[in-house]
Design a protein around this ligand. Sequence first.
Ligand code: XMP
Length: 522
Amino acid sequence: MSSEESWKPYREHDTVLVINFGGQYTHLIARRIRELNVYSEIVHYFQLSKELLSEIKPKALILSGGPRSVYSENAPKIPMWLLDVGLPILGICYGHQLIASMLGGEVRRGKGEYGRVTIRIVKRDPLFREWGEQELVWMSHADYVAKLPPELEELAVSEDTGYIAAFRHRSKPIYGVQFHPEVVHTPRGKILLKNFVIDIAGCRPTWRIENLVDKLVEEVRRTVPDGDKVLCAVSGGIDSTVTALIVKKAVGNRLVTVFVNHGLLREGEVEEVLSNLRKVGIEPMYIDASQRFLSKLVGVEDPEEKRRIIGEEFVRIFEEIADRDPTIKWLAQGTTYPDVIESGAVPGADRIKSHHNVGGLPRFTRFRIVEPIRYLYKDEVRKLGLALGVPEEIVWRHPFPGPGLAVRIIGAITEEKLEIVRKASKIVEDELRKANIYKKVWQAFAVVGNDKWVGVKGDARAEGYIVIVRIVESEDGMTADWARVPYEVLDRIARRITSEIPQVTMVTYAVTTKPPATIEPC
Ligand code: XMP
């Protein structure tokens, strides 16, 4: 609940603090720990201080992976005192190399190990409880620990390279693993994390989403003073629905909900959203602002500019609502934990996209912000939704970007491209639902740009648009893989798109993971 907040989960739950060095799996580490019912938070390495540690009082630290080399200039580091505070520490990948190097070991550029690798346990340790002598793990590194300092002893080696795959400190509960226990490709990774978090660090598994409802409601009630109203924009998605429900429980009819149609919604979305929300007792004010948004977007090609225009227009609408009722002093936002962490990301790092809840909306000066789900991951929000009685259609609805179809149309938005992307997306979703795949994937949609492909319709030459179908699997949207949808389903999607949308002559399927691509095209 931003600066107004007083409730912090770490005050009530044993906490594992994950120190982020910019690794692509950092959120996955935190989520895995939470799956063990232990609360976990992320801080960036440069935020670490003695004050922060005494505020959070973590029971254990995990040092994440990261893209840098420990021996490079300006390599991210942690202070030496951290290794002496008596906390159990687990270094993963970059974290593993950092601990070894801080204690006087040697880290060098090696042959590189990527993907599945077999390791052999050379010394038994509680960290490897329930691990066999040889196990498959997932590696992703170029540097390796070439020599351990005397305080560290080797626990496991890579079969092929002989590189140190794991070590521990001889007298302190400090460990390093070169591989990634947090990814599913390390089959016993979750057991290792449990061994570390529960057995070695002694964390109590008390973190349960179902028990959180009252806590979050109480916090909103404490934050928003009597008499103040809260505005909450709903989209029909799980984040805004859960946010609205929690705020409603807290402030009752002092919650004002609004559903803004920016003209960039999917086919049939307005009716569907309104009817879904009705099922959970939310009757938002409906504002059709399509023309207002679309007219501002005419000729705009740059996606960040589209985001900025849309964000600004949203705020104007919120302000107009508040102009009519000055008791509306608060804005409830469905910001989730990755947004919170990303918005404080490493300074100087490239901003890939200004996502809606983070940088897309201009700074609010007029409203105070309440963000009841800011500590939660999407899967946790879904669980919370189920605990609140939210129907499955909302709980399992795919995430849909705030700027809507604007980021699925490459280049300028036109009526024609909007119509194509709407119809094609509907076909993608319909076919996935029919094949029982919709719920299993993170997102599925169609994209259109300006490129054309020559086709034959009847016997005539017909130049038409290219539609790109993107279907991805992901755990949190931070990394993603393209879904291995059966060919028959792709075939049906492609046939229907070209036959039902006459302006389209070619359908392609996007087979690039994130990274290097992002999920949305722009
Ligand atoms: P990318 O494209 O960055 O997307 O891989 C990651 C997740 O974020 C969603 N996304 C957005 N959500 N406003 C939003 O509210 C945006 O501008 C935006 N851009 C991307 C995307 O759908 C995916 O789930």
